[in-house]
Write a new protein. Structure first.
Length: 82
């Protein structure tokens, strides 16, 4: 689980520089969510993806994000409350 520890440390490092014009883009949020999902950490996966989720489902990327988000919720036996 060295990857998971490194991801957690990276997110902590990100928070230190949050005041700079750096943000987690939707693509980064999706990749983080996919990594957490594959590692079996479905709660963190859904949280990571939810931060960048959009309701514009005309865009294919947004549909892909929604699928990963819903899959991570299903693995937790949860439903989207929003």
């Amino acid at each position: 689980m060295a990857v998971k520890q490194n991801l957690d440390e990276t997110l902590v490092d990100y928070q230190k520089f949050e005041s700079r014009n750096f943000r987690i883009t939707p693509k980064i949020a999706l990749v983080l969510g996919q990594i957490y999902y594959i590692e079996g950490d479905y709660d963190k996966a859904s949280q990571a993806i939810y931060t960048a989720l959009s309701n514009d489902f005309n865009v294919e990327f947004n549909r892909i994000m929604a699928r990963w988000y819903l899959a991570s919720l299903l693995k937790q036996n949860k439903q989207d409350e929003n």
